[in-house]
Every structure is written in C-alpha cells, then in structure tokens.
Ligand binder design. Structure first.
Ligand code: FAD
Length: 506
C-alpha cells in the first residue's frame, strides 16, 4: 500500500452524512488532517439508525444498488469491505402489489425468471422490455462515463461540442413514463419500471427520462442487503476515518462558515471558532448557503431568493413499527404497494395536495436479518412519499396530519394477505415526518432527496463541489452534482475531494 505524503493542511468537514464521510476518508488518506463536525450523535445523516424495544431500523436508505461503489471507499482506505459491510444479494428483489393487494408481481433480477413473469403477463411487453433494457443501457454507459463521475467546474466543461453531443445521446428530454411507454403497454409493468425515480425524489411523469436507468441498474446488477443493516455502512466509514487518523466531533452543530476576503477560513461551532485551510460542507447545500454562509458575496448566484425558488424533491413520512408477531405472507424484504391511481397519487405528492390513496413501501429486514427484531417478531419500516414542506398543503405540526397519514399507510398494508390486524399488533412505534428530516438533518424544506433532479437542476446546472464565489470552500451531498442516493453521494464525495486537491496541488 502506498502511504501518501502528509501535509499539515487541515480540512474541516461539516456533516457525517454518507458524502461527508466519503470525502473525509479520501482526504485523510491523501494526507490532510480532517476534522469532521456532526450535529447528531451518530454518523450517517439520513443513513441513521433507530434501536428501540429490541427492534432495529434503518432510518432512511434501505436498498443497496451498485455495491461496488460502497466497497470502493473501504478499498481506497486499504481495508477489506467484507470486514465492514458483508452483503448478500436479494432475489426476488421485491414484490409489487396492485389492486389493494389482490394482484402482485414478484420482480427478479434473474433475467430467466423475470422473462417468464413478463411473458405470462404479455409476450409483446416482454419483447418491449428487452428493447427498453438495451436502449437504456446505452444511455447508462454515457451517463456513467461522462456525467456522473466528473465535476462541471466551468461552463466550458459542459458547453463544448463533445459534451453537448454526449448530452444529446442521453435523450433525456422526455419523462420517464413517456419513455417507458414507447416499449411497454401494460400499466402494471410500466409502473414497475418507472416508480424508481421516486428513489431520488422526482416524479416519473415529469422527471427526465434518463432516470429510467435506476430500474435498469436494479435489474442488471441486482439489489443487496448489508448484514446488520444499512447503518453498518455509516459505522464502517466512521471507523475507517478514525483509523486513518481523522477526528469526528459528534453533537457539534456548526453555526457559520467563517469567510474573510473571499476565502473560507473555518467554522463557528459550539460557541468557538475552528480554523482550517479548507472547509468541505456536507450539510444540505440550500440550507448551508442560506444559514451557514452569511457573507453575501460568497453566495454567488445562490442568493436566498434563488434558493427559495429552486425545486425540491419530495419528502417521506416513515413509520418504524415493532410487531408482536411475524408475517409469513409478507414474503419479501421489500414490498411496494401501488396506489389504485398512480398518476393521481404522483400529482398529489408533487402538487402538495392531500394524498388520498398513497403508494406505500414496506421493508421487513427481520425477514433476512434475525438481529433486527426479537425472536418471533417483525420490524416493519413503512414509507409514504409525501410533499416537501414548501409545497405541502397540510401541516405536519398538526397531529391530525400525522394521524391521517399513519392511518392511510396502515390501511394500505392491512389490505395485504395475512396483515389485516396489524394495527393491533404494534408493540413499538417511532416515526419520521418531513419536519423531523428538516430538524434532525437540516434537509432544506424537509426534502429527503435534496434539490429535485429536474433537467435544469442536473449536471452543469446543479450546485457544484467547488463554491462559485468563495475560495477554499467545497460542497458535497445530495443537493450537489451528481445527485441523491447512497452510491451517487459516495461519488459526490469523490468529486469534491478531487476538486479540493486540484486547487491545492494542481
Ligand atoms: C427515507 C429515505 C429512504 C431512502 N432510501 C434510499 C435507498 O433505499 N437507497 C439509496 O441509495 N438512497 C436512499 N435514500 C437517499 C440517501 O439516503 C441519501 O441520498 C443520502 O444518504 C444523502 O447523504 P448526504 O451525505 O448527501 O446527506 P445527509 O445524510 O443529509 O448528511 C448531511 C449530514 O450533515 C449533518 N449536518 C447538517 N447540518 C449540520 C450542521 N450545521 N452542523 C453539523 N452537521 C450538520 C446532518 O446531521 C447529516 O449528518 C433514502 C433517503 C431517505 C430519507
């Protein structure tokens, strides 16, 4: 293993989210002295964990895609990922329920099994599905090679003949739904291949069609489970950072990024100043620009007015339920329950209207991981996509709202076979509303996936790692390029570390 030259330069990282840890490990490994300040008492940010009444839940992310990107951060540090995040592949990946639990499709990433499922539904759509895979795979390769793994520091990084040609090849101007509809007619299969844009908080009916690469990645590369739960990833990264000599200061809420003469000089935290050569901010970009960067000239184009006008991803209402029994009929780790009217449901999520018939996502990690619940019990994570706070026409401070969505979610789950009585079988209950995501992790507007990845808020148009109008200041995380989702913010951490080193070392 090559040991990197030590520099005396100190980097302060604000936030121990996945992106903050990813960038901190890379910089510490390259010889910088990293001090990371996190407002919470655990690492991971939205990749947090709840332990209660003998049950364990991941707070946010539950689906591992692109596991090689998870492993890479340990390999970079000279560690064996198996020691930190042993994974198993999950197949079938999930069950999708329709018609109030009357009908379902098991979705496998084993192409032989999946083709049989699709042929049984509609042979023409099975052929269309293969054409979709092939078309989107080409676009995935372009996105991967030219857009997802690089910064867009200057306009000319994007506005040049080569990149514009690649951009056109992405054919991303249509919506995901329209794009899939060209290949597949059956509505259930179509929903099955488009809802994944919600993983990054954008509607398949409006979001760029490029995001149909998400189901393609699931189908071609599978989905995985980290033994012990997703939070093992955060714990593992935190322990690697400390092993390398980095320091993590928990329960330390940064209140300001100190800026002098157009340069970041450090931070204010716990009533004192901490000075550094560079500041790397993993706190959500719009929140940080508005609340931590107080020097107006350092905001560049991201004025408070601009931040408020930008579009935000949807949010989530999540319940974490400890159940008094196991549910044999709930066969899978992941279950999706589709609304009877998916279009109306999506319309309501993104317009902020009250959601009448929500789609619901259920995770029962105790199905594959006995350490997640006491013997004979089940842990249920039940997620409802809801509007972010600036568009929601309902108030999460009002208990009526909470009880309304709690009941909607439980009703949807109790329609499933064997689950009619779940409300009476709850023995432990916690929840996260959009307000909790805002207050605990400073997610702007409670938008769980950050800035919405619309066409005009993606790539070159998304906030970049290097601050536009302030030297020595960098940003990483889901509201910056390349966007949201664990593997993507791991890449954001890499881009941000590279950008800092480019300025420091040339
Ligand atoms: C309910 C839910 C389900 C999801 N499901 C999936 C999934 O299945 N698969 C997937 O890949 N992705 C999923 N995601 C998305 C994924 O979790 C996020 O994109 C990713 O974790 C974001 O990481 P981040 O580092 O950008 O931000 P964050 O996790 O928000 O990290 C920011 C950190 O900064 C800290 N911070 C903020 N302000 C300050 C301050 N002033 N001082 C100090 N610290 C501060 C916060 O406490 C936090 O720790 C899900 C997200 C949610 C919420």
């Amino acid at each position: 293993m090559v040991t990197k030259l030590k520099t005396n330069k100190r980097v302060i990282v604000i936030g121990a989210g996945v992106a903050g840890l990813s960038t901190a490990i890379r910089l510490q490994k390259e010889g910088y002295q990293v001090d990371l300040f996190e407002k919470e008492s655990l690492p991971g940010g939205k990749m947090n964990q709840i332990e209660k009444d003998g049950f364990r839940f991941d707070v946010g992310p539950t689906i591992v895609m692109m596991p090689e990107i998870y492993r890479e951060i340990f390999e970079i540090a000279g560690k064996d990922p198996e020691d930190y995040i042993p994974m198993k592949r999950i197949d079938p990946m999930y069950r999708s329920y329709f018609d109030k639990g009357q009908d379902y499709i098991d979705v496998s990433s084993d192409l032989t099994k999946l083709m049989k499922t699709l042929e049984d539904i509609d042979p023409e759509d099975a052929a269309g599905f293969l054409r979709y895979l092939s078309s989107v795979y080409d676009r995935f390769l372009i996105a991967k090679d030219y857009f997802l793994q690089r910064p867009f520091r200057d306009k000319k990084d994007f506005y040049n003949p080569f990149m514009l040609k690649q951009g056109l090849k992405l054919k991303t101007f249509d919506s995901a739904t329209n794009s899939i509809s060209k290949f597949v007619k059956n509505e259930k299969i179509r929903n099955m291949l488009t809802f994944q844009t919600l993983y990054i908080g954008v509607s398949p009916n409006n979001g760029p069609s490029l995001y149909t690469i998400i189901p393609m990645i699931e189908l071609l590369y599978g989905i995985w489970y980290i033994e012990g739960g997703m939070h093992k990833m955060a714990e593992g990264m935190a322990s690697v950072l400390e092993d390398l000599g980095g320091k993590i200061h928990y329960d330390s809420e940064v209140t300001e990024i100190l800026i002098e003469d157009g340069k970041a000089k450090g931070i204010a935290v716990n009533g004192r100043q901490e000075l550094a050569d560079y500041v790397m901010c993993n706190a959500d970009f719009p929140y940080a620009m508005k609340s931590l960067v107080k020097e107006k000239s350092a905001k560049g184009k991201y004025t408070d007015q601009k931040i408020d006008k930008m579009k935000y991803s949807c949010s989530c209402f999540v319940m974490y339920l400890g159940m008094d029994r196991q549910y044999d009929e709930l066969e899978h780790l992941h279950t999706f329950i589709f609304s009877d009217d998916v279009d109306k449901n999506l319309e309501q999520v993104f317009s902020g209207e009250v959601i009448e018939d929500p789609s619901v996502y259920v995770v029962a990690s105790s199905k594959v991981d006995p350490t997640a619940a006491p013997a004979g019990k089940e842990n249920l994570y039940i997620l409802v996509p809801v509007a972010e706070l600036s568009t929601a026409k309902y108030d999460w401070e009002d208990e009526v709202t909470v009880q309304y969505y709690r009941k909607k979610a439980l009703d949807a789950v109790s329609n499933l076979p064997g689950m009619a009585n779940i409300e009476n079988e709850i023995i432990s209950e916690s929840m996260m509303t959009p307000i909790d995501f805002k207050e605990r992790f400073n997610a702007y507007n409670g938008a769980t996936f950050g800035l919405q990845p619309t066409l005009t808020q993606s790539n070159h148009w998304r906030p970049q790692a290097k601050a536009e109008a302030c030297e020595n200041l960098y940003f990483t995380g889901s509201s910056t390029h390349p966007g949201a989702g664990v593997p993507i913010v791991l890449l954001s951490g890499k881009i941000a570390a590279d950008e800092l080193m480019l300025d420091d070392r040339g």
